[in-house]
Write a protein that binds this ligand. Structure first.
Ligand code: GDP
Ligand code: IMO
Ligand code: MG
Length: 428
């Protein structure tokens, strides 16, 4: 029975939250398997708008068990703040499960994220400043603090002291900041222990058993393919595995349990933070996409960089993730544009590239080769079947489908939960 992965195919903010929510009523578990509160998912339910960062979007559907997997980095202050805010709005958050092996973001991770970015100056990544990179660096360096460490005070002290050895050198000698004491970190982290205890579990075991019992599990990625630590535009990436492979390693479920991989593709492209972006628009068209698509970050409020759809990227995402389906989002944002350019290949210093160049320098120099498709002017927000869409909108969808190498199974035509054209069933 289905293990379904949802991943971003571009640079994030494709509408993964809405896609997860869409599957909600037919889902038993929703797992966040990577990243932390760098993510920002906006989900609109009726008149209510929810902005989620650390919690998986499935938490909004009654009956779904939300899970934070081992691949996630958790800021405990943000966790309890989000839980309280949702509870106050009547959302039942009591079923949340948290992996004992997930890592913790501490105050020194947040500080290091901000000061390293400042020191990088022009070369900065434009991170969200939430401590994500430093927390993952500690995990890889084997000096991270895991959720389970919070339940043994002597181990916790040892681990904090171990981590602070080098951190305090860095903070005081390199970055000219004050040293952090073990006590302040210890007191902060232990203040959450009693509230955390009932949620902590062997989530890999629980999820594997759920799949054995025929339950439906959705694995929801934060960030996206082009921000993946291995397959994205390194170093302008996040520090986790945001591609489908991360669903297994970040949740403790075997890769053979993953049946479907759904890529979320925006009808155009956006990016937040620094790094190459071949189809980026610096003119009034970029402004128009930003304005019509409300392209401002859910987490940091930064204006998103906007550009036309890039089918070379989507084809790459299809391959890296093994996409079985695509959910195309925000098609409604393109309404009213007379002729819509779509990138089909790149020109790098006179050479044509039909696939992503392997050299990052080539990618920095890639100029999009466009084909233009005729637009439509009819309001499409009420469309629910493919045949409800104007012929030119249908042709645009078909063109993206042919170029991307995966079938388009649903099309977003508005921010509302119901604003979706279903083409193929996403759970069967
Ligand atoms: P995520 O990080 O991938 O979950 O995406 P975000 O929530 O950061 O950004 C997607 C934004 O687009 C949110 O504000 C959604 O409410 C909105 N959205 C999602 N699908 C559609 C759609 O089909 N049309 C429109 N107009 N908005 C959409
Ligand atoms: P969702 O899940 C868009 C970007 C940051 C920065 C880079 C590294 O909403 O799609 P980090 O704080 O992770 O070390 O920053 O990654 N970034 C995102 N961009 N959507 C996101 O999440 C992002 N999470 C991180 O802007 O360029
Ligand atoms: Mg987002």
């Amino acid at each position: 029975m289905p293990g379904i992965v949802i991943v971003g195919a571009q640079w994030g903010d494709e509408g993964k939250g809405k896609a997860t929510d869409l599957l909600g009523s037919r889902t038993d578990f929703v797992v966040k398997f990577n990243g932390g509160n760098n993510a920002g998912h906006t989900v609109v339910v009726g008149d209510e708008k929810y902005a989620l960062h650390l919690l998986p979007s499935g938490i909004l559907t009654p009956g779904v068990t939300p899970v934070i997997g081992n691949g996630v980095v958790i800021d405990l202050e943000v966790l309890f703040h989000e839980l309280e805010a949702l509870s106050a709005r009547g959302v039942d958050v009591s079923r949340l499960r948290i992996s004992a092996n997930a890592h913790i973001i501490t105050d020194y991770h947040r500080t290091l994220d901000k000061v390293t970015e400042r020191f990088l100056g022009k070369r900065s990544i434009g991170t969200t400043g939430r401590g994500i990179g430093p927390a993952y660096a500690d995990k890889i360096n084997r000096v991270g603090i895991r959720v389970q460490d919070l339940f043994d005070e002597s181990i916790l002290r040892q681990k904090i002291e171990g981590a602070l050895d080098s951190k305090n050198h860095l903070l005081t000698k390199v970055y000219n900041r004050r040293a952090v004491t073990c006590d302040e970190i210890f007191d902060d982290l232990t203040s959450y222990v009693e509230r955390l205890r009932p949620m902590v579990a062997d989530t890999g075991l629980e999820l594997s058993r759920a799949l054995d019992d025929g339950r439906t599990v959705v694995f929801e990625a934060g960030q996206a393919t082009m921000l993946d630590i291995d397959h994205g535009t390194y170093p302008f990436v996040t520090s986790s595995t945001a591609t489908a492979a991360g669903a297994a390693s970040g949740s403790g479920v075997a890769p053979s349990r993953l049946d479907r991989v759904i890529g979320i593709v925006k009808a155009y492209t956006t990016r937040v933070g620094a790094g190459p972006f071949p189809t980026e628009l610096f003119d009034e068209w970029g402004e128009l996409l930003r304005k019509q698509g409300f392209e401002f970050g859910t987490t940091t409020g930064r204006p998103r960089r906007c550009g036309w759809n890039d089918t070379v990227l989507t084809r790459y995402a299809s391959r890296i993730n093994g996409l079985t389906d695509i959910v195309l989002t925000k098609l409604d944002v393109l309404t009213g544009i007379e002729s819509i350019p779509v990138c089909v290949a790149y020109d790098v210093d006179g050479e044509r590239f039909d696939e992503l160049p392997v050299s990052q320098s080539d990618f920095h120099h890639a100029k999009p080769i466009y084909e233009s498709l005729p637009g439509w002017s009819e309001d499409i927000t009420g469309a629910r079947e493919l045949s409800d869409l104007p012929a030119n909108a249908q042709a645009y969808v078909r063109f993206l489908e042919e170029r991307s190498g995966s079938r388009i199974s649903a099309i977003g035509v508005g921010a509302d939960r119901e604003a979706i054209v279903q083409v193929h069933d996403l759970i069967d």
